[in-house]
Design a binder for this molecule. Structure first.
Ligand code: MN
Length: 217
């Protein structure tokens, strides 16, 4: 099966601004983490291996705390160009919602085996050089898990580890510096809350006229 078949099968490229994708020529070792507000908010960790982006959906996001073991669900390969994708996947399409580039940079596999060989064995040790994520990590496949695609993402103890680190304090795009845009659903909800409970502003009432404070009451 061609490498990107499943990626392409799930998408209608006439409707979504996501790239259709071709495989990379160079073996660039890049990584990206996209924050994706789809049905459920998650972070997509993607590592370039063999010209495509090997991908894991991390519901709670990566952590610099070595005590955190973050579930990382191995999903289909994405095209190399996907590392640059930031935008809106339209309603009704696969993964509909907002995507920002939450972190990006380069990585290097650790140890004697290549990234592809380590992945095959179900344990990849790698070092990230990003804006938010740095240092040594491991992705380890849960061999006893019923679901065959469950891995854990764990930070190794090194000079970049930070037990107090909190993903929510680092929410913005490393490209635009802006947070994830609000979804259509959130905007609708906010509108409802505002119209339901905002206190009346006398100046906005029909017929309201500005007048000096009376000197006696
Ligand atoms: Mn995703």
């Amino acid at each position: 099966m061609p490498k990107l078949a499943e990626y392409r099968r799930k998408r209608r490229f006439a409707e979504t601004p996501e790239p259709r994708g071709k495989t990379a020529h160079r073996d660039d070792k890049v990584f990206v983490v996209q924050k994706h507000d789809a049905t459920r908010l998650h972070y997509d960790l993607r590592l370039e291996v063999g010209g495509v982006l090997k991908s894991w959906a991390v519901p709670k996001g990566p952590s610099l705390n070595p005590g955190d073991k973050r579930l990382a669900v191995h999903v289909e390969d994405n095209p190399f160009e996907y590392r640059n994708f930031e935008g809106t996947i339209p309603e009704g399409n696969y993964g509909a919602g907002e995507v920002i580039i939450w972190d990006q940079g380069t990585y290097e596999p650790e140890g004697a085996l290549s990234a592809a060989e380590q992945l095959e064995r179900g344990e990849l040790k790698f070092r990230l050089h990003g804006s938010k994520l740095n240092g040594s990590f491991v992705l380890v496949k849960l061999k006893r898990s019923q679901a065959k695609n469950e891995w854990l993402l764990i930070k190794h103890r090194d000079e970049h580890a930070d037990p107090m680190w909190n993903v929510d304090e680092h929410g913005e795009s490393v490209v635009s510096g802006r947070p994830l845009p609000k979804t259509h659903k959130e905007k609708q909800k906010e509108k409802r809350v505002n119209t339901d409970s905002s206190p009346l502003n006398p100046a906005e009432l029909p017929g309201a006229r500005r007048a000096p404070m009376p000197s006696e009451i």
